[in-house]
Design a protein around this ligand. Structure first.
Ligand code: GAL
Length: 433
């Protein structure tokens, strides 16, 4: 990500703040930096997310509870719009921002996705809040680096998710003669297992609508290119027209041939449900899936198992949900209070307990988190971190949208492999140099 500057420059340059817009009564909180990010009306906060239903909603509710305790005088206004990965919320948000009608804060992904909002001058630099809330000490340095754009920081993360995980139904695997304790060692071995599952009349792997297919594709790219070359896809160093990309697309095509035919109409939860119900074996999804299993009282080991996508073993495919302070927010004091709660250790513990993700802070009492989360924290600490495409860390929204369109065109049979690869080259042309 070419625009990400070093932490050092964040410290030196990042403190110049754009004054926050916004109307309403000025009721700054004690300790507010007056005139800086988050000064102003704190009577309410309108929060846009896509955590509107199912297991996702439970996470937001956990945050809301902590917020009510920490900021009883700020009314929480829930403006969540359903649709996994923000498939609906992002469009509505863009229209609202363009119409000069921003919410007080909105969910976004840390990383390249924010560049659209930054370039359009739609979100404030919140570096001063990092200082006020001591966040540079609380977050790992590599995370602060990923959040820093030209020396400024435009969002505050509530959590970190891992996107390159296979979730599997162990009973379906056993039925096909596959040992659930030994994950396949390569994409090719995984495909061989899918053949066995198909022979038993079960769906080998499920996907849903466009972004879930893109997410599967990104993990296959990681396997076939390796972490370094995968990273190069996002800064022009790796050629999208190359033979290793062709190999990954060929594997993607093969794996897609094992998927459920009703995929394009499904969000991630119904696609995953086929694995839960035992009509399918595998699904590749981020670890918000844990929240989906928890909400149905499904237990790791017996009801479901997980493993990194074959060939992704030492790689953590990263994304972080991150909240913003829009320019012109009507209740910037409310936004600031929300940003305080989502970045506090209480907020991050309560939220991550239900969300399946891991806290962005390093000082949270993680003993209370699940066995899965303990493993994810280990991986985040020790493995190579790469940025998720489907979840905004690797590329701006315009690029990932174009990739989603090319992916679905291909999986619906409207383009062939060579045409698909050409479209990916075009979609990513703006990332060079
Ligand atoms: C991601 C988001 C996760 C989860 C997921 C499914 O983009 O970062 O928190 O909500 O979408 O909707």
């Amino acid at each position: 990500m070419k625009r990400i500057a070093a932490v050092a420059s964040a410290v030196t340059i990042g403190l110049t703040l754009a004054a926050c817009g916004g109307g309403g009564a000025t009721t700054p909180e004690a300790g507010s930096t007056g005139g800086a990010a988050g000064a102003g009306d704190a009577s309410e906060v309108q929060v846009v997310t896509w955590w509107a239903q199912g297991s996702e909603k439970a996470g937001l509710e956990a945050l809301e509870k902590v917020f009510a305790t920490q900021h009883p005088d700020t009314k929480f206004v829930n403006a969540a719009l359903a649709g996994g990965a923000g498939s609906q919320a992002k469009q509505k948000l863009q229209a609202d921002l363009q119409a000069g009608n921003p919410p007080d804060t909105f969910q976004a992904h840390a990383g390249a996705e924010l560049t659209d909002y930054i370039d359009a001058g739609q979100i404030e630099d919140v570096s001063a809040l990092y200082d006020e809330f001591n966040l540079k000490q609380a977050f790992p340095e590599n995370l602060v680096e990923r959040l820093t754009v030209d020396g400024k920081i435009y969002s505050i993360p509530s959590n970190i998710h891992r996107a390159n995980v296979v979730w599997a139904n162990p009973a379906v695997l056993k039925e096909a003669g596959i040992n659930p304790d030994t994950p396949p060692a390569s994409i090719e071995a995984w495909i061989a297992d899918m053949e066995k599952i198909k022979a038993k009349g079960k769906t080998p792997i499920t996907v849903g609508m466009d972004w879930t297919q893109t997410q599967l594709l990104e993990t296959i790219l990681i396997s076939d290119l390796g972490a370094e070359k995968y990273n190069g896809l996002w800064d022009g160093k790796t050629d999208w027209a190359g033979a290793d990309v062709t190999k990954a697309l060929t594997n993607f095509q093969k794996i897609m041939s094992f998927t459920n035919p009703d995929r394009d109409g499904l969000d991630w939860e119904p696609a995953m449900q086929k694995v839960v119900d035992g009509s399918a074996a595998y699904n590749v999804m981020g670890d918000w899936a844990v929240a989906g299993f928890d909400s149905q009282q499904k237990k790791e080991g017996t009801d479901y198992i997980w493993f990194p996508v074959p060939g992704n073993e030492k790689v953590f495919d990263f994304l972080a949900d991150s909240f913003t302070l829009p320019v012109g927010a009507k209740h910037p004091g409310g936004s600031k209070n929300w940003l305080q709660t989502i970045s506090s250790s209480e907020g991050q513990l309560a939220f991550n307990k239900v969300k399946g993700s891991i806290p962005a802070r390093t000082d949270v009492d993680v003993a209370q988190l699940s066995e899965y989360q303990q493993k994810a924290m280990e991986s985040f600490k020790n493995d190579t971190i790469v940025s998720s495409l489907a979840h905004g860390a690797a590329a701006p929204v315009a690029v990932s949208t174009q990739i989603n369109q090319a992916v679905v065109k291909f999986t619906q049979g409207a383009s062939d492999l060579a045409g698909f690869q050409k479209e990916l080259v075009t979609a990513t042309a703006s990332l060079k140099g």
